[in-house]
Write a protein that binds this ligand. Structure first.
Ligand code: A2P
Length: 275
């Protein structure tokens, strides 16, 4: 199993977790059961995904079955579509907290909302919730370096993680360098390019040369960049496969071939396109 990544606040979290985006609520419990049984200790959830009650129930089942809860990092993210006032943020957080259990290990701002200029105030509310002991670590998602500079500059508090879309088409080198300079963990969402990268012939050739699957080759690439990632699968055998990435490493030629795949292509919709 890949090593843990140290966090700026003195805590740590697994480099490799599994995501629950678009996992229907009636399947989420089984996915979490399978993920924990496979050995995952990082669960990447969010208010938006609509399955937090099922995720929390599956975690509680596992703990009743003997799993040490303190080994888990269960995460959630604030969506904040309607309002980002302190009261609204607290209400959204309270719903996630009730579903997942308190304290929440890692809570992130899902998207910055620059059009409304509120993400610094939202960040202040997350800092307060952390200081009240209801969140262990606070982070952000889909922030650019400009957004990061603003929250850091205006509050003095760094996010431990910025979860952003990243895969070989979109390696995010500049943002990763900014994160590294400040000790912020880069955590990739859609790390497999929503599965479309699995059919890439370069990835296929590299995977075959190492006797691994395309997904395993891409996951290895993420880990060798020094970041974390949360690939999603609803299939137990794929969840196990995605965690089984310690037996090989990509060499310089592999990394150069993957670097040449960069196109800047995004598989997800950026919030600025929606506002
Ligand atoms: P499924 O959930 O049916 O297993 P990303 O994390 O980049 O968004 O990619 C998720 C997509 O990749 C999902 O469609 C998932 O399908 C698929 N996927 C995840 N792991 C594997 C794997 N090891 N082999 C093939 N497809 C995978």
């Amino acid at each position: 199993m890949p090593a843990d990544l140290p966090l700026l606040d003195g805590r740590s979290m697994p480099a490799l977790g599994f995501g629950l985006y678009k996992v229907p609520a009636d399947e989420a419990g089984a996915v979490v059961d399978a993920g924990l049984a496979a050995g995952y200790r990082l669960i990447d959830g969010a208010e938006l995904y609509g399955n937090e009650r099922e995720v929390g129930d599956a975690v509680r089942r596992a703990v009743e079955g003997g799993l040490d809860r303190t080994t888990l990092t269960v995460t959630s993210k604030l969506w904040g579509e309607q309002s980002q006032s302190a009261d609204a943020v607290r209400a959204s957080f309270a719903a996630s907290e009730a579903a997942l259990g308190s304290p929440v290990d890692l809570y992130m701002i899902h998207w910055p909302r620059p059009a409304r200029g509120q993400f610094v105030d939202v960040w202040r509310t997350l800092i307060a919730l952390r200081d009240e002991g209801r969140i262990r670590s606070i982070g952000v998602s889909n922030f650019t370096d400009e957004h990061l500079r603003r929250i850091i500059g205006e509050t003095g508090v760094f996010p431990v993680v910025n979860q952003v879309e990243s895969h070989p088409w979109l390696p995010q080198h500049e943002l990763r360098a900014f994160h590294a300079a400040h000790g912020i963990v880069t955590q990739a969402w859609s790390p497999l390019g929503r599965s479309r990268l699995l059919d890439d012939p370069v990835i296929g050739r590299i995977a075959a040369a190492h006797g691994v699957s395309p997904a395993q080759a891409i996951i290895r690439w993420h880990l060798q960049l020094g970041g974390g990632l949360t690939p999603k699968s609803t299939h137990p055998e794929r969840l196990r496969e995605n965690l089984d990435v310690d037996g090989f490493s990509l060499d310089d030629d592999d990394l150069a071939a993957i670097a040449a795949l960069e196109t800047g292509e995004r598989t997800g919709t950026h919030p600025d396109d929606r506002q």
